[in-house]
Design a protein around this ligand. Structure first.
Ligand SMILES: NC(=O)c1ccc[n+]([C@@H]2O[C@H](COP(=O)([O-])OP(=O)(O)OC[C@H]3O[C@@H](n4cnc5c(N)ncnc54)[C@H](OP(=O)(O)O)[C@@H]3O)[C@@H](O)[C@H]2O)c1
Length: 257
């Protein structure tokens, strides 16, 4: 692997108040990254700050911002650049789970709610950080996604549809990134993920360490991780021997344009 720029690397995590976002933030901090955690809720950002080990806190910067409020987005962008001068990696871990009736019985209100958090917010996030990443030739943008993007999940139709659309959003961004800069990726977790909020689960479930590692791989491994690729994590690698009927733990789906 080739480290793309010089340390300390600077990462912006959108959705850092979520189960996966906060977990990735803590892993990257422990790996020496400077982390800018973005979220709508000041209390949840403060909680992330409090649970960060003392020695790592100076590398964590929290910013309250709401994708529906352009002024707050501009403030966050300016604060990140004033502190770190550049951004190497943006991780968008935005959106949530929804379950309900079949698609044919889903209300327009529920549909719009899911699209707002699982698709609109991704579009607004990418639009916000694109000009900042354009200024750094080695930069990368990673969207966290789930297995619902690859196979339809009955009774979670809007989530599946938004997840599928997120893959196309990534492909469009990649196709529009001239000279492969910035590079754009999806990291797909194909199992439920072990997080601080859900600390236990079957041995083959992924955890936030796996997802953080995959994001860093997208950033670093410029030889294998082609611009626009999806990195699919099927299950935890260490569980492979016990779960021999499962697919290989990891697969790249390279997008070409
Ligand atoms: N958890 C899993 O087991 C799992 C498995 C596979 C894939 N994934 C994927 O991982 C991603 C994150 O999931 P998660 O479990 O961390 O979800 P989560 O705990 O619900 O966190 C979602 C994050 O997105 C933010 N968010 C939601 N709607 C937003 C909006 N309209 N504007 C701005 N921010 C918004 C939330 O902010 P607030 O805190 O302000 O609400 C929160 O920071 C999702 O794409 C999910 O599909 C999760």
């Amino acid at each position: 692997m080739t480290r793309a720029t010089s340390k300390p690397f600077v990462c912006v995590i959108a959705g850092a108040t979520g189960a996966i976002g906060e977990g990735i933030a803590l892993v990257l901090l422990a790996d020496g990254w400077q982390v800018h955690a973005l979220g709508r809720d000041a209390g949840k950002l403060q909680a992330l700050h409090s649970q960060t080990p003392d020695g790592l806190r100076t590398h964590l910067h929290v910013h309250v911002q709401d994708f529906e409020d352009e002024a707050s987005m501009d403030r966050a962008c300016q604060a990140v650049l004033a502190t770190s001068g550049r951004v190497d990696l943006v991780i968008a871990s935005i959106g949530g789970w929804w379950q309900g009736p079949s698609l044919a019985q889903t209300t327009l209100a529920d549909w719009r709610k899911v699209m707002q958090s699982n698709l609109d917010a991704h579009f607004l996030c990418a639009r916000q950080w694109w000009p900042v990443l354009l200024a750094n030739k080695q930069s990368a943008y990673v969207m966290i996604n789930g297995g619902a993007a690859l196979s339809p999940v009955p009774h979670a139709g809007p989530v599946s549809i938004a997840a599928g659309a997120q893959l196309i959003l990534k492909n469009v961004l990649a196709a529009e990134s001239l000279n492969n800069s910035p590079r754009v990726y999806s990291v797909l977790a194909n199992t439920p993920v072990i997080t601080r909020k859900r600390p236990h689960g079957p041995v083959q479930w992924l955890d936030t360490q796996d997802l953080a590692k995959a994001c860093v791989q997208c950033f670093e491994d410029t030889e294998r991780m082609h611009n626009g690729a999806s990195l699919v994590l099927h299950h935890k690698e260490t569980a492979h021997a016990e779960a021999s009927n499962l697919r290989s733990s990891l697969e790249w789906i390279n997008y070409s344009h």
